[in-house]
Ligand binder design. Structure first.
Ligand SMILES: NC(=O)c1ccc[n+]([C@@H]2O[C@H](COP(=O)([O-])OP(=O)(O)OC[C@H]3O[C@@H](n4cnc5c(N)ncnc54)[C@H](O)[C@@H]3O)[C@@H](O)[C@H]2O)c1
Ligand SMILES: [Zn+2]
Length: 367
């Protein structure tokens, strides 16, 4: 596909077939063109199902359905309850069952229309249905557009923890329509911006000043810029083996601990990440030579965007450490932390010890 005016196409290379790749298209109004774009893809010619949640479906499923029907498809809509609880084995079974009932076979494909929950659930369903059918991602949150729809990670939660089962299943096509972000509630919009700040800090410092605090027309360029950063990182390290992809965890070690220890729901993911970024910046100051000026630039951006900076409402340091010990990233008792030497220069460090971390957490709570 070649881009039309106002459209950006980001090519993401994948293995195992050399030269294989998928495209991420970014453009205002893409949803209404989805049918004809999907029709152009050779792997997307069979019957299809749209998976969405009960908040997104009433807003966008009809317009997507119309567009697909105009392109000769007869999509069935499967709707699950909105929220993280739908990333479960029980819901997965329900979705796969409905796909069988709808008559989907190995030549069919699944369209995930929604946020990261729908992308992860739909992606995993597509990965295992008939041993794998193609997936189209139509992400409708900032997190989903700039992060979860690209890179091929899919997964579900278990009662024991988040994202404990899953697989890599690369999408055949990703269609990001920034107009859909307009209906996000303000708190959900703001939390998504934390991932943009993360991308700016690790790869593109000039972007810090350009992140808008609320929905504005013409978000496509900044969405595309973020997708390009994620795409470059996942292309370099598709299956998280070289360490490159781990850089995307900047702010996430503490962020996840906060979400976990506070109980899911108290802090939205992006809010916890904002606090995680504050901690990672302070550790980078102490251990990696990050300048006060660089740390301040990130901090001021978080503040300007309305993301939280104050660690006092978060669980106490000991609770965060206890939660970190159960984290996947806490391998063999060693904390692997992403730190910054300078803005745009992130690296994976194993020099963060528990005492240093405790000290920094205490210090930030006292400030
Ligand atoms: N696979 C990956 O690489 C990856 C990366 C990051 C996050 N994730 C996962 O993504 C999930 C979080 O994603 P999320 O933040 O998008 O959450 P989400 O999918 O739960 O969406 C947040 C809320 O916004 C609603 N919503 C979605 N789009 C909307 C729109 N356009 N207008 C109005 N409301 C809308 C949803 O119904 C939901 O209630 C987590 O489960 C996380 O583990 C996965
Ligand atoms: Zn995140």
């Amino acid at each position: 596909m070649t881009p039309t005016q106002n459209q950006t196409i980001i090519e993401v290379k994948t293995s195992p077939t050399p030269g294989s790749s998928y495209q991420v298209l970014v453009e205002d109004g893409l949803l209404t063109k989805a049918g004809s774009l999907i029709r152009q893809h050779p792997a997307l010619q069979g019957s299809c199902v749209i998976l969405s949640d009960d908040r997104v479906a009433p807003l966008y499923a009809q317009s997507l359905t119309n567009s697909l029907q105009n392109a000769g498809y007869a999509p069935k809509l499967i709707t699950v309850p909105a929220g993280e609880k739908s990333k479960s084995m029980a819901i997965l079974e329900e979705v796969c069952g409905q796909m069988v009932t709808a008559g989907l076979d190995r030549s069919s494909f699944l369209i995930a229309l929604g946020g990261g929950v729908i992308g992860d659930l739909g992606g995993f369903a597509a990965a295992i249905y008939f041993r794998g059918i193609p997936l189209v991602q139509i992400p409708t949150t900032i997190v989903a557009q700039v992060d979860s729809s690209v890179g091929g990670k899919t997964g579900l939660n278990l009662p024991q923890g988040k994202n404990l089962v899953g697989s890599f299943h690369q999408p055949a096509l990703v269609l990001a329509d920034p107009l859909t972000l307009r209906s996000l509630p303000p708190r959900e919009f703001t939390e998504g911006l934390a991932e943009m700040v993360k991308h700016a800090a690790i790869r593109d410092p000039a972007m810090l000043e350009q992140i808008p605090p609320a929905w504005t027309p013409n978000l496509a360029p900044i969405i595309a810029r973020n997708i390009a950063i994620k795409a470059a990182i996942v292309t370099a390290d598709e299956k998280e083996t070289t360490g490159e992809r781990a850089l995307l965890n900047f702010g996430h070690t503490i962020g996840h601990a906060i979400e976990n220890a506070a109980g899911y729901g108290k802090f939205l993911h992006g809010e916890a990440i904002s606090l995680g970024l504050i901690v990672a910046l302070q550790l980078s100051r102490q251990l990696a030579g990050l300048s006060a000026e660089d740390a301040c630039a990130v901090q001021q951006t978080l503040q300007r965007l309305g993301l939280p900076l104050d660690l006092r409402p978060a669980p106490p340091p000991e609770a965060l450490l206890a939660s970190m010990r159960t984290d996947k990233k806490f391998s063999a008792g060693q904390i692997r932390f992403v730190l910054l030497r300078r803005l745009g220069d992130a690296f994976l460090s194993s020099s963060v010890t528990e005492p240093t971390l405790l000290e920094v957490l205490e210090q930030l709570r006292a400030d």
